[in-house]
Design a protein around this ligand. Structure first.
Ligand code: HEC
Ligand code: HEC
Length: 316
């Protein structure tokens, strides 16, 4: 059943044509028959943008039949972190993204637009290469994200309110990787797998994951926002376990540290991030820094002394 739904969504409108040509199509027959349609030049519609965000692994991943569209090395979807397609209110929502750009990015050291920000997630969260600015894929994704503003405006106050527990508040101690392993085994492994490698949506890896990998070759790389412990803990406390987010701050903090202590793809040239080091996020898990705190403390805390150090610098 999962296979049928996934296949239908991916090929969208062309399913109708295929059904006419092939009669009642079995899922196994559907995939090969429709493969050629994937290389038909894509039209940069908001709908194509929405599909790219929901099914990124399938449309832009390592198993995409058209080599020119293999932009990412992970098998995540944008929607693996920006839940649904970023159109749900709450942590990592993209509903109001238009209001945030253009803006200065400390990590890049320049003014950035939505398109630049998409490419940051392409290179880091998706462990891939940037989309050309004039590609149908970039135009479609940006058009979809810009369309969310109107969607948000049309929502009532009740719909806009996120259904989330109280926001994460970092404990004033170092995160405990060992305790995080226990939280993972008890609360997360049932979906994400005991080895954190996720669960594929179908036998065909090209369809991506039903439960995405939290580490390993198909996951985000070490330059991604989700690889910062505070960002990960914030997301996990708000959203995981999916459908029944009930972790304490301590559990979210420790399990985030456990996940971020596992092997994952490495991004080159991370030392070039944040040309002005004083703007660097205090939980960036890689150097250099404008302070003398050990890298271990930037990875796992305690974060309050680092925060206090920068606050003192900022106060004349
Ligand atoms: C592994 C998790 C993950 C995945 C997968 C992911 N992102 Fe992100 N994304 C993040 C995080 C974390 C942030 C930063 C939030 C912050 O800085 O507080 C972010 C930020 C963004 C922003 C800026 C939001 C704003 O309001 O400023 C955009 C746009 C975005 N992502 C688009 C995408 C797109 C498009 C994809 C797929 C190509 C994608 N992301 C995949 C985790 C992810
Ligand atoms: C009921 C199944 C389920 C459980 C239990 C669960 N998750 Fe998830 N998780 C998901 C799904 C599904 C997604 C992707 C969202 C989507 O595709 O809609 C996800 C996404 C994520 C992501 C971002 C994507 C990625 O691959 O990194 C992180 C991080 C994460 N989960 C961490 C956790 C942690 C930590 C726990 C345990 C506290 C947990 N999850 C428990 C189903 C689950």
């Amino acid at each position: 059943m999962t296979v049928v739904i996934a296949a239908c969504c991916v090929v969208g409108v062309v399913v109708v044509g295929a059904t006419l040509r092939y009669g009642a199509v079995r899922p196994s027959a559907l995939a090969p028959a429709l493969t050629p349609t994937l290389s038909v030049p894509a039209i940069a519609t908001e709908e194509y943008g929405r599909r790219l965000i929901a099914q990124t692994a399938e449309l832009l991943g390592p198993d995409q039949p058209d080599a020119n569209l293999r932009y990412i090395d992970s098998r995540l979807n944008c929607g693996s972190c920006h839940l649904s397609t970023g159109n749900e209110p709450g942590t990592l929502t993209l509903l109001q993204v238009t209001e945030h750009y253009p803006r200065f990015s400390g990590r890049v050291g320049a003014m950035t637009d939505i398109e630049d920000r998409i490419n940051e997630c392409m290179q880091r969260s998706m462990n891939g290469t940037p989309l050309p600015m004039d590609s149908a894929e970039m135009i479609a994704m940006a058009a979809y994200l810009r369309s969310l503003g109107a969607q948000y405006e049309a929502m009532g106050a009740a719909q806009k309110a996120p259904m989330e527990p109280a926001a994460f508040n970092a404990p004033s101690r170092k995160a405990d990787v060992g305790a995080g392993r226990d939280v993972f085994a008890e609360k997360c492994s049932i979906c994400h797998g005991e080895d954190g490698a996720g669960l594929l949506a179908a036998e065909d890896r090209g369809k991506g994951y039903l439960f995405p990998p939290l580490w390993g070759p198909d996951s985000f790389n070490n330059g991604a926002g989700m690889h910062r412990v505070l960002t990960a803990a914030r997301f996990i406390k708000a959203r995981m376990p999916l459908g029944e987010a009930d972790l304490t701050d301590d559990q979210a903090f420790d399990v985030a540290a456990y996940i971020n202590d596992q092997p994952r793809p490495q991004m080159p040239n991370l030392e070039r991030d944040y040309p002005d080091l004083s703007l660097k996020r205090i939980d960036s898990p890689y150097g250099p820094f404008a302070d003398d705190f050990p890298i271990e403390q930037h990875r796992f805390g305690p974060f309050q002394p680092i925060e206090a150090y920068y606050e003192a610098l900022a106060t004349p």
